[in-house]
Write a protein that binds this ligand. Structure first.
Ligand SMILES: [Zn+2]
Length: 411
């Protein structure tokens, strides 16, 4: 499964990785003498200048006896560590951190200073720009064609009075403040300013932004009008670019202000009082006897949904694996809104028309595949497979007119 994700700073700053790097440095400077090879290795694990900045913050706990990375180098490196310092400087430059130190001949004289603000290194940026020119023109053209279609979809969606009215109602009912015309104008304005930025798996950076290799496309709040599009053939082969761009545009709008209040989106997936299956419960499903309570619970859901029990288990297991890999992503509100809008665009639904159980059936039963539908269903699975019609009814309420009479399409 290829992840579609929004690149937030918290994603760039992989906390686990940085903590592990920090611990490696603590170990390298502990005891007698300093393991300069280990320090070099630890720095080689950093992927970008933002991570280096985060790493530097960790020194405030003084576990190393130093307050920053630079202090360590200046305090621990001796005159004969010139080559070690030079190698370190080189590694840092690759991730966009410039550094200087005093030296004479091949002697390290201290005054090591790193500057992650200059990110990424100029050479890198230039190389990446050159690479952009080398991207497959057919792929680039397909992304561009998808964009004009996706922008058209969103313009129609936002200009439909049903959408605006529903959003205003939802905000006044469930939100902390109101949806205003100004925000709506900002949405429409954002649509006219969207630019596509192309990258592929050979690039670590796209301009100053780290290239997200396991994304099909992503947006980054620091460059709000850019959609970064992956052009790596193996990743985007068979991908419908239009649907992906509808998904990414939702993130851009969401970052201005969610069209629907977050808690209303969350509420669509979690029915208060519903017993959520635990991982071990579901895994135990096959091991327990048909009289077991857990088995009965799952099998009653299976009968109700008319989906084989092993299919439900597959959905749950994949969802659970994704949730462990990136906690919070599976049910993140902005992701669910992007999934929903992308699904609507795929079924060519207009405001006032609904996503129905019938439409999703072949996907639930694993006869058809679509990334956005899968991600929507993972959240459904993680929340204990609530009644799909109730879920869809709530999802439909997020942007359609409630007087539509097919919003409880039980099939
Ligand atoms: Zn997304």
């Amino acid at each position: 499964m290829i992840r579609l994700k929004i690149l937030l700073l918290e994603d760039v700053v992989n906390k686990k990785l940085i903590t592990s790097i920090y611990n490696q440095i603590v170990l390298a400077v502990s005891g007698a003498g300093t393991d300069t090879d280990s320090i070099l290795k630890s720095i080689s694990r950093l992927q970008n200048a933002i991570q280096f900045k985060e790493l530097n913050k960790m020194f405030s706990n003084k576990k190393t006896g130093y307050g920053s990375f630079d202090e360590i180098i200046n305090g621990e490196y001796e005159v004969d560590n010139y080559y070690d310092a030079a190698k370190l400087s080189n590694k840092l430059r690759i991730i966009g951190v410039n550094s200087t130190f005093d030296f004479e001949e091949q002697l390290f004289l201290g005054n090591f200073k790193s500057d992650p603000k200059i990110a990424p290194g100029e050479t890198r940026v230039n190389q990446d720009i050159k690479r952009t020119i080398g991207l497959n023109p057919t792929t680039v053209a397909a992304w561009k064609a998808g964009l004009s279609e996706a922008v058209k979809f969103w313009k129609n969606w936002l200009n439909d009075p049903i959408t605006k009215q529903k959003s205003k109602n939802n905000w006044s009912k469930y939100g902390d403040d109101l949806m205003t015309d100004d925000v709506w104008n900002e949405y429409l304005n954002a649509l006219t300013n969207i630019k596509l930025i192309f990258y592929d798996s050979s690039m670590n950076f796209v301009g100053a932004t780290a290239a997200e290799h396991d994304a099909i496309a992503f947006v980054n709040p620091s460059t709000p009008e850019y959609i970064h599009c992956n052009c790596t053939e193996i990743v985007i082969r068979d991908i419908n670019k239009y649907e992906i761009l509808v998904h990414e545009i939702q993130h851009i709008l969401y970052n201005i202000k969610p069209i629907n209040p977050e808690k209303q989106i969350k509420n669509a997936f979690v029915k208060p009082g519903t017993k959520i299956e635990t991982d071990s419960n579901i895994k135990a499903t096959f091991k327990t006897s048909p009289n077991d309570k857990v088995f009965k619970n799952m099998s009653s859901k299976s009968i109700k949904l008319n989906v084989p029990i092993d299919t439900l288990v597959i959905w749950y297991n994949i969802a659970s694996a994704h949730d462990k890999n990136d906690p919070g992503y599976v049910c993140r509100e902005t992701e669910k809104m992007s999934n929903i809008m992308s699904i609507r665009s795929m079924f060519k639904l207009r405001p006032g028309q609904n996503i129905t159980h019938q439409m999703l059936k072949p996907y639930i039963n694993l006869q058809k595949k679509n990334d956005n539908i899968s991600w929507l269903l993972y959240c459904w699975a993680l929340n204990g497979f609530n009644d799909i019609n109730i879920l869809l009814n709530k999802v439909n309420q997020l942007a359609v007119n409630q007087n539509s009479n097919n919003n409880l399409n039980i099939t």
